[in-house]
Every structure is written in C-alpha cells, then in structure tokens.
Ligand binder design. Structure first.
Ligand SMILES: Nc1ncnc2c1ncn2[C@@H]1O[C@H](COP(=O)(O)OP(=O)(O)OP(=O)(O)O)[C@@H](O)[C@H]1O
Ligand SMILES: [Mg+2]
Length: 224
C-alpha cells in the first residue's frame, strides 16, 4: 500500500538539513503502524511526503500502486483527496463552520451534492459519538471532541490511508485513550491502512508494528 525506496528529504535553509536519509519502508494494506523517534528525527517530514504535502529530494514513493514522482500537481492533489485522510495534532478545524460543515467540507470539495454530503457527515459524527453536537462550532467543544470532529473529517471520504501526527498529543490521558480506541475501531471497521506518529510508548505498543526513526533513518522496525 505504501512503498518508499531510498527516500531522502533535504531542506535548504541557511544550513542544509537532511530530514530523511535514504529511507526504505513498506507498509501493507490494512496495517496499523506507529511511528516513533526523538524530536527532529523526521517523523512529520515522513508523514508529509507520504501524504503528498511535500516532495522528496530523491527516491521513490508509491501509494496504492501509483508512483508519486511522475505526477503533476493536479494529479497529486487528486491522490491526496481520494486516498489520504490526515489527523493533525492541532485539529485544524475551521472556526466559523459547524461540526457538520467541517466534516462535510472535503465532500463538497469533491463535488458531492449538499444533502448527500450532510448525510455522510452526520453519519460520521454519529460514529465518533458526536451526533448531538453537529451544529456546534469548534470553539464550543472540548479538546477531545474537537479531535473527534477532525477524525470524522479525515474519514469523510473513506480514505484507504489514514495519517495521524500525534493525534493524542494535545489531549489528557483519558481523552487520548478514547481518541485512540476510536482510531483503532475505525481501522478495523473501514480497513484503512494507518500510520500514526506518537510520543507515547503505550500508544505505540498498542499498534501491530512500530517504526523508529533517528536522525532521518529507520533504526527500528518491529512487530508487537
Ligand atoms: N520546512 C522546513 N525547513 C527546514 N527544516 C525543516 C523543515 N521542516 C523540518 N525541518 C527539519 O527537519 C528535521 C525533521 O523535522 P520533523 O518535523 O520531521 O521532525 P519530527 O520527528 O516530526 O519532530 P517532532 O517530534 O518535534 O514533531 C528537523 O531537524 C527540522 O528542523
Ligand atoms: Mg513532528
């Protein structure tokens, strides 16, 4: 499902940083993988490359049989829209839209009719336990509830690949555990391939496989 071959990413600032250094990685369809490593080791960079938000300096990434290197920006946008769901640490919800509208937005962008998009969005908000909060604005929700809206939004298009960058990082232990069990539930119900960055050992241990990065290199890859 996700294949990286010899992927290097360098950032050219005042000083050149090699954020990823010749990474080889293969993740099969339906795996739930945690990504760990010290701050600055390249975790978010890796997620951004797989999520087509950024491009490698060299090397090849293949998603669901499709090579990313040959694609024009329009096609990359389409791959991102059709195949990828993102959950960020900071929920990135639009503050002026209700929960329902936030979740329906990716569907509108795909050209769904308004009523159909709202139906799907309300179904997903039910799934994450927020059926009673659909018309609330993000400001009117707790942190855990906001993260659940963000998860519903990431799932709105039923993406085959779900990428999460510390989805529990801003939540207390209890709420974090709830969000995590939701991700796991969705993984098993929808069969999505999940790659999740975490700093929490117990979260990492709960995944079937853990990949460890250090200084841009994969230094560990173990199944639980
Ligand atoms: N846009 C950028 N320009 C320059 N350097 C960058 C950029 N993004 C990341 N880096 C550098 O690349 C390295 C990897 O960063 P990355 O954000 O992937 O780390 P991370 O493992 O996600 O860390 P954290 O756990 O703190 O989120 C760091 O040294 C960082 O400073
Ligand atoms: Mg990061």
């Amino acid at each position: 499902m996700i294949h990286l071959t010899n992927v290097t990413k360098e950032f050219d600032g005042k000083r050149k940083v090699r954020a990823l250094d010749r990474v080889d990685l293969h993740i099969a369809k339906g795996e739930m993988v945690s990504l760990v490593g010290p701050s600055g080791s390249g975790k978010s960079t890796l997620l951004n490359l797989i999520g087509t938000l950024d491009k490698p300096t060299s090397g090849e990434i293949v998603l669901d049989g499709q090579k990313l290197s040959g694609l024009a920006d329009d096609d990359l946008t389409r791959v991102r829209r059709d195949k990828i769901g993102f959950i960020f640490q900071f929920f990135n919800l639009l503050p002026s839209l209700s929960c329902l509208e936030n979740v329906a937005l990716p569907l509108h962008l795909r050209g769904w009719k308004r009523a159909k998009a709202r139906d799907r969005a309300s179904e997903l908000l039910d799934l994450v336990g927020l059926g009673k909060r659909m018309d609330h604005l993000p400001d009117e929700l707790s942190g855990g509830e906001r993260q659940r809206v963000a998860i519903a939004r990431a799932l709105s298009v039923y993406p085959p690949i779900l990428l999460a960058d510390e989805p529990t990082g801003n939540l207390d232990t209890h709420t974090g555990a709830e969000v995590l069990s939701l991700v796991r539930d969705i993984h098993s119900r929808l069969g999505a391939t999940v790659l999740m960055v975490t700093h929490d050992r117990s979260v990492a241990a709960s995944c079937s496989r853990t990949i460890t990065l250090r200084d841009g290199c994969v230094v560990g890859d173990g199944t639980a």
